[in-house]
Design a protein around this ligand. Sequence first.
Ligand SMILES: Cc1cc2nc3c(=O)[nH]c(=O)nc-3n(C[C@H](O)[C@H](O)[C@H](O)COP(=O)(O)OP(=O)(O)OC[C@H]3O[C@@H](n4cnc5c(N)ncnc54)[C@H](O)[C@@H]3O)c2cc1C
Length: 817
Amino acid sequence: MLDWYKLNIKGVAMLTIILLLALMGALYHRASLKVTSLVLAAILVAWSAYDGIPYVHWILFLAIFVPLNLTFVRRKLSARLLDVFKGIMPRISDTEQEALDAGTVWWEAEMFGGKPNWKRFHNFQKATLSKEEQEFIEGPLEELCSMINDWQITHIDRDLPPEVWNFIKEKGFFSFIIPKEYGGLGFSSYAQSRVLTKINSLSATAGSIVSVPNSLGPAELLMHYGTQEQRDHYLPRLAKGEDVPCFALTAIEAGSDAGGIPDKGVICKGQWNGKEVVGMKLTWNKRYITLAPVASLLGLAFKLYDPEGLLGDKEDLGITCALIPTDTDGVEIGRRHYPLSTPFQNGPTTGKDVFVPLDYIIGGPDNAGKGWRMLVDCLSAGRAISLPSSANGGVKMASYTTGAYARIRRQFNVPVGYMEGVMEALARIAGKTYMVDSMLTFTASGIDSGEKPSVASAIVKCHTTALARDVACDGMDVHGGKAVMMGPKNYMARAYQGAPISITVEGANILTRSLIIYGQGSIRCHPYVLKEIQATQNENRKEAIKDFDKALFSHVGFAMSNKIRTFWLGLTASLLVKKPQSDFTGRYYQRITRFSSALAFLSDVTMGVLGGELKRREMISGRLGDMLSNLYIASSVLKMYHDKGRPEHDKEIVQWSLEHCLYETQMAADGVLKNFPIGWLGKALRIVVFPLGLPLSPPSDKLSRKLARQLQEPQAMREELTHGAFKSESEGSNLYKVDKALRLQLEMEPIVKKFSQALGKRAGNHQVVPFAKEALDAGHITQDEYQLVLDAEEARLEVINVDDFAPEEMKHHLSEN
Ligand SMILES: Cc1cc2nc3c(=O)[nH]c(=O)nc-3n(C[C@H](O)[C@H](O)[C@H](O)COP(=O)(O)OP(=O)(O)OC[C@H]3O[C@@H](n4cnc5c(N)ncnc54)[C@H](O)[C@@H]3O)c2cc1C
C-alpha cells in the first residue's frame, strides 16, 4: 500500500513537472492559446493511455483551458472586466489622443515587445546617399563651410555675413525637405543629417539657421496639409530662399505645455483688399522663435474661436496653424533674443487684432482646429534629424580635437592623454560619439524607409543631445584652460555653451525623458495597451467587448510569457538565446534580448500597480524610459557596425558603447526595483529580473585605455568616428591645425628619442628645440629631422596657445552692436 502511494506521488510530481515545463516552454516561445492547450492536452492523453487517468490534472486543465478557449464564456468575464477598466481608466482627451495616434512605431516597439526580431532588424535598409546628395556634400556644402568663420559670427557680427546668407538661400540649403517639383532639393533624411552634421561641426549658429526651415515649420506643414494653391505659391519661394520661414508656437506661459497657448484668433468679418470677407482677428505674443527676426513668412499656432457661428455651430475650434506674411499690417518682428552666445536669429513676435483671411489657415478653413494634430503628426521626422545632427557635429568635432589635443599637450613630461584620469574622459568621448552617430544614422534610415517613429524620435532627440552635452563637458575638461579662454583659437567652448539649447528645444529633455519616451512608448509600443484603451472608449458595447477580450487575454499571455522569459534569461544569463551574429557582438544581442524581456515584464507590472498614477511617477517612468532608450541605442550601435561591414578597427568602440548602454539599462531596472511603489513586490520582482544578482559592469578600464589611445592616433577608428565633420585643409581651420600638430608630433617623437639617447639627456617641453639644435650641431640628426622638430613644435604651440586681447578690444558690449 505504501509502495503504491509512493509510486503514485512520484508519477503525480513527474506529470506536474512535465506539464509545467511544457506550459513554460509554450509561454517562452509565445505559442498561441490554442497551441498551448493542444500541447497540454496531448501530454495528458498520452499519460492517460500509458499510466492511467490523472484525474486531478485533467480537472484542472479542463477548468482553466476550456473556458479560456470558449470565446462566448471568456467574453462574459471580459465584459465585466471592461466595466471595471472603464471606471479606472482616465478619459483620454482629444489632444492626448492625437498625440498618441501620431506617427508610427518601429524598432522601439520590438524593444518594448520583449522578443526582438533580429532578422527584421538586419533587413532594415542601410543608410545611403544618392549621387546627387553626395555631390552636394562635396560641392556646395564644402564651399559653405569654407565661408564660415565661427568666431566672426558668434563674437563680432552675431549673425551670418550677408554673403553666407545669400549662398545658403541660392544653393537650396533651406529646401532639403521640399520636393524637386517645387524647386527644392528633395533630400533623404540621411542626406540632411550628413549636411547638418558637417555644418554643426564648424558652427552651431550656422547649423541652427539651416536646420529650422528643414524641420517642423511652414514647408513641412504645407507639404502635408497645404492646399494646392498654397503649395504652388509658397514652396517654390521657400525653396529659393525668397521667403524665410519661422514657426511660432511657444508663448510666455506655454513652453513645454504648448497645448496651453493663450494666443487666439477670432473669426469675424473684415476688410481685405477693399472687400468684406470672413477672416480671423489674430492676437499673439510669442517668444524664442528661431528665424523670426528675419522671417518673411510666419507660421503661427493659435486657438481659434467662432463666437458668431460664421463657420458652423462650434465656438471653440481648437489649435489652428496659419501662414502670415510678416509684412501684414500689425505683425511685429525684428527684436532678437541672444541664445547662449550662439547668435542664430531668434526672437519674439507679437500681433494684436491682426486681420487676415481664412485661407491663410494651412489647408484652408477645413483645417480650422486641426493644428495640434498637424503638429504632432509632423514632429517626428524633424525631431529625429535636426537637433541630433547638431549633436553629431558637436561630438565629432570634440572627438577629433580632444583626442589630438590630449596627445600633443604634455604635462609632467608625458602627453596628458596617457594619464588614466584623462583616458577615462577620452574613452567616454569616443564611445558616446559612436552612440550619437549610430542613433542618428539608424533612425534617419528608418524615416527614409517611410517610418514616422514618434517614440524613437523622442529617444534620439533626448539622448543625442544629452550625450553631446556630456562629450562637450569632457572635452572642456581635457582641454583645461585652452578651452576656457575665448577667442578665435578656441574651438570647444561654443559647443559647450550651446549644449543647453539643444537640450531645451523641441521638447525639453527632462520632460522628454521622464514623460514622453515612456508615456508614449508604453502605450504606442506595447502590443495591447492601446487596443485595450481604445476598447474602453468604444461606444458600441458589442464591439468593445470583442476587442477588449482579444486584447486583454493576449495581454495576459504576453505578460506571463515575459515573466517566464525574464526569469529564464536571467537564470541562464541569456547564454542559450540564439545569436544572430557569431562574432563578439553575439553576446550583446543575447543581452539586449534579455533586457527587452525584462522591460516588457517590468512595464506590465508597473502599469498594473500604478495605473494612471504612473503619469505622475516620473522617477519610475523615467527609469523605464531609460531602459527602452538604452536598448534602442545599443541596437543602433549594432546596426551601424553591421552596415559598415563589421570593421575590425571599430571592435573596441562598439564593445565600449554596448557595455555602456547595457550597464545603463541594468542600472535603470535596478532603480525601478529599488524604488518600486510596493516594497515587497519590488523584492519579489528582483528575483525574476535578477535571479543571480546584477550581472553587468560598466566598460572595463582596459577597454577604456584602448579606446583612449585610439582616439589619440590618426588611425582608422579615429578617422571614421569623426568622418563627416568639416576637416578643412585650409591653414586657418582649427581642426586642420590640431590634426596637423598631432601628425607632426608623432613623426617628431622618434627623432626626439634618438637625440635624447645620443645626448644622454631627456628634453622637457621647452627644451625640445634647443636640444634638437645641439643634436644637429653634433651630427646626431639631419637637417631635415631638425626642420621637422621645428615644424612640429610650431604646430603644437599654435594649438596650445590661446588668444589674448588689448583692454580696448575687451570693451565690446552687446549694446554697441
Ligand atoms: C534657442 C531656442 C529656440 C527655440 N525655437 C523655437 C521656435 O522656433 N518655435 C517655437 O515655437 N518654440 C521655440 N523654442 C521654444 C522651445 O520649444 C521651448 O523652450 C521648450 O518647449 C521648453 O519650454 P520652456 O523653455 O518654456 O521651458 P518650461 O516649459 O518652462 O520647462 C522648464 C523645465 O520643466 C521641465 N518640465 C516641464 N513640464 C514637465 C513635465 N510634465 N515633466 C517633467 N518635466 C517637465 C522641462 O523639461 C524643463 O526642464 C525655442 C527655444 C529656445 C531656447
